[in-house]
Design a protein around this ligand. Sequence first.
Ligand code: ZN
Length: 123
Amino acid sequence: MPSACDACGTTGTPLAKVSLGRDFFGQVYDRLTPTSDRSPAWYCPLCSEEKRMQLDCRVIREAARAGEGSPLAAPAALERARTRLGEIAVRLKDGGFHGKLLPMAEVEALRAELENPPAGATP
Ligand SMILES: [Zn+2]
């Protein structure tokens, strides 16, 4: 087991592997993750949470750009994604994260994308 967080380099705190498990839409993660995520890194508690939020953002972004057949085509799923991104923005702002994994600008861009879907993306 490594002694330093793979994201921020913190030492002396318990490290955990982020379990990829299922994604925001309940799908198995490997469907979307690049090969770099197949060997999970070790993270300190803060970076673990940031990593989880980063993964949710990534899956939501993929869905937002998937066009027809996107999981976000369902209004309830779109609403849930917007809510989750709102929560993530609040956590990022107040949580004291290192910001190595998920920059706030990325979250804000994604929120804007969901508020203004490209023409034809909504039923
Ligand atoms: Zn860390």
